[in-house]
Design a protein around this ligand. Structure first.
Ligand code: UDP
Length: 307
């Protein structure tokens, strides 16, 4: 197999490259390094089966030779990053996704779009299954990501229906693990960084909002499994267990063995209240099940931060 991974220098993208290379696949990694980091790929630089191009997917990408799968992961993903780069985020989801779809179509490759639980917005049903259409504020600050990813899904389905592209859509729910930037603003990097500095953890709002976390190796298995399936409609990939942000702050302090307390800051606009994936479809179609429990995953992530 010869594959393209866009967003290869990012958190999930770099782990996906590792997984595909371990499987004996040849990987072409693309990243414009706007939020990705070359350090995430340093360990791969001597691998003959891995080639990296500093490339913005908003420009077409040409490649000679065969391509079997295009994994499109390139996009700012942390709220802090996409709120700081709204137009770039929309461009990655629109022109960027289109260029990657065209690349896949030219090579008759399978195309996999990394989508998001944000497609459900501030969900009114619990848990969220793929049949739920979502509750998204189309003009709020988060819409650049939420609507961007929803557009990317619509584009992917249109290429599938009208152009016959062989496509997949993975809706990823709150992925965490090593290589998330300590300062990227997302909750687990923020809490672990604060715990290591023994300063109070910054809980936004009263901390009663929930998320369901999934360790990166589990997500990568799900992505690879989905690519190998023939399911064109979206599939949720995420941890099935819901936890409040306040409970998460306790877990982090227990794992880090600190008692630094929490400080409450203002809740960001349109911050979803509850989020929990229904993963019955992934279980049924992919025989996929997350294996890493939250405490263990947080311990692994903490260890990576103190290395
Ligand atoms: N959050 C928090 N403190 C932080 C960062 C985030 O309480 O320092 C909250 C945030 O308001 C949200 C949840 O943690 O309710 C997850 O936020 P994150 O940015 O990780 O991802 P999201 O699911 O919102 O995209």
């Amino acid at each position: 197999m010869r594959v393209v991974v866009s967003g290869a220098a990012g958190f999930i993208g770099s782990h996906l490259c590792d997984r595909l290379l371990a499987d004996g696949q040849e990987v072409i990694g693309l990243d414009n390094l706007s939020t990705g980091r070359v350090e995430n790929l340093h360990h791969l630089q001597d691998r003959a089966e891995f080639r990296f191009f500093r490339h913005d997917i908003c420009e077409p990408f040409q490649s000679d030779g065969r391509i079997d799968v295009v994994y499109n992961l390139a996009c700012p993903a942390s709220p802090r990053d996409y709120l700081a780069a709204p137009l770039e985020t929309l461009a990655a989801c629109s022109e960027g996704t289109r260029n990657m779809l065209e690349l896949a179509l030219r090579h008759r490759a399978t195309f996999l779009q990394a989508s998001t639980s944000e497609a459900y917005g501030d969900a009114l049903v619990q848990p969220q299954s793929e049949t739920y259409w979502g509750n998204v504020n189309p003009i709020g600050p988060r819409s650049v990501y939420d609507e961007g990813k929803r557009y990317a899904e619509a584009l992917t389905m249109a290429y599938h229906r009208e152009r016959g592209a062989d496509t997949r859509i993975a809706r990823l729910f709150n992925v965490y693990g090593p290589r998330m930037k300590r300062g990227d603003g997302r909750v687990l990097p923020a809490f672990l960084d604060q715990a290591l500095r023994a300063v109070p953890l910054t809980v936004f709002g009263d901390g009663s909002q929930t998320r369901s976390f999934c360790y990166v190796s589990d997500i990568v298995e799900g992505i690879v499994g989905l690519a190998a399936s023939d399911e064109a409609t979206p599939v949720n990939l995420g941890g099935p267990d819901e936890i409040t942000v306040l409970e998460l702050a306790k877990v982090v302090q227990t794992v880090a063995d600190v008692d630094c307390g929490v400080t409450h800051l203002e809740l960001p606009q349109d911050d979803p209240n509850r989020r929990q994936p229904d993963i019955a479809k992934a279980r049924r179609l992919l025989r996929w099940e997350p294996e890493v429990d939250l405490r263990h995953g947080v311990r692994l992530m903490l260890a990576s931060y103190v290395e």
